[in-house]
Design a protein around this ligand. Structure first.
Ligand SMILES: [Zn+2]
Length: 310
């Protein structure tokens, strides 16, 4: 991705090294990427969410949401190999990169909400190290990046990029861009009222039942990240396309690596589908791809999808 020198978001709080960021206890909060401990609340809503979507996407073709679209958009195999010129190795580079991605996300979602006749409120990105206090509780870096609906902030430890690369084999700057876009996707869900409905549901249903809603919430965040990727693919910076060969593949690879089945196999050698909260690797890739294919909100209703495998 081309990013050096591009506009940086002003909605970034860098609290690394401050009192509210440090090493300490951990609990977690709503809307993480899918790491053990990244809890989210929940309960049973399909119908309600569909209504929200219908209201918001006035005129959207909800009926045809699931028809077609197997997500195989990326038949052109671009080399994943060389990402050297855009490597984000130093901490300063990583901060700048995350801030530029966050700025693009502001542009995209403000424009998209405007297109739908709605107003979008920018979230804030908090850069922390070790652990952090949020309105959703105290969280350690171990839970991975997360979004807290209570304060509308995305929490990110920049060292997560190392974890992506070293533990999940997902290197490349656009893997990180996907992660940030996924978290901002949760903010979009908050803006749409979906987070509130999830919270109500969580109070009413069993944990196992809520997990099913959680999977749909998470796959929708992946879809929204795919929409953002499609938008970026059409944008330029200094006369050159922002996306570079291999960027999309980096995002897809990252999505694949953090599927519940893949993570569970890695951690314990077997999978427990009832405990899935974020979807399988195949589902995460499929919904990201679908977002990248359509780039609109109408095709992203994971809550009324009868088959999440697409
Ligand atoms: Zn998430």
């Amino acid at each position: 991705m081309r990013w050096k020198g591009d506009r940086k978001s002003s909605n970034v709080e860098d609290i690394r090294g401050s009192a509210s960021s440090g090493f300490g206890g951990s609990s977690s909060s709503g809307g993480g990427l899918g790491f053990p401990g990244g809890a989210i609340g929940g309960g049973g809503i399909g119908v309600i969410l569909m209504i929200v979507f219908s209201l918001f996407f006035s005129g959207g073709d909800l009926g045809s949401i699931l028809s077609g679209g197997n997500g195989a958009v990326f038949t052109q195999q671009e080399q994943t190999a060389n990402q050297s010129n855009t490597a984000t190795t130093s901490t300063d580079d990583r901060k700048e990169f995350a801030s530029v991605v966050f700025a693009h996300l502001e542009d995209y979602w403000n424009q998209t909400f405007t297109d739908y006749g709605k107003t979008y409120h920018d979230p804030t990105m908090v850069l922390f190290s070790g652990s952090v206090r949020s309105a959703c509780g105290t969280a350690s870096s171990a839970v991975g990046p997360f979004y807290c609906p209570g304060d509308q902030k995305v929490y990110l430890d920049l060292s997560f990029q190392d974890e992506l690369a070293n533990n999940f084999g997902a290197s490349g700057d656009f893997a990180m861009a996907y992660v940030i876009a996924h978290e901002v996707g949760h903010h979009v869900q908050y803006e749409l009222g979906i987070s509130d409905q999830m919270e109500q549901i969580r109070r009413k249903v069993s944990e196992m039942e809520y997990n099913k809603y959680s999977v749909r919430l998470e796959l929708q965040a992946d879809y929204l990240a795919g929409c953002f990727a499609k938008y970026l693919a059409g944008e330029t910076y200094n006369g050159k396309s922002i996306l570079e060969a291999g960027d999309i593949d980096e995002a897809i690879y990252a999505a694949n690596q953090i599927g519940d089945d893949t993570l569970q196999k890695q951690a314990q050698g077997y999978v427990v589908p009832d405990s899935f909260t974020h979807g399988t690797s195949a589902q995460r890739v499929a919904w990201f791809n679908r977002g990248y294919q359509y780039g609109d909100l109408e095709h992203g209703d994971t809550f009324s999808a009868s088959n999440l495998d697409l």
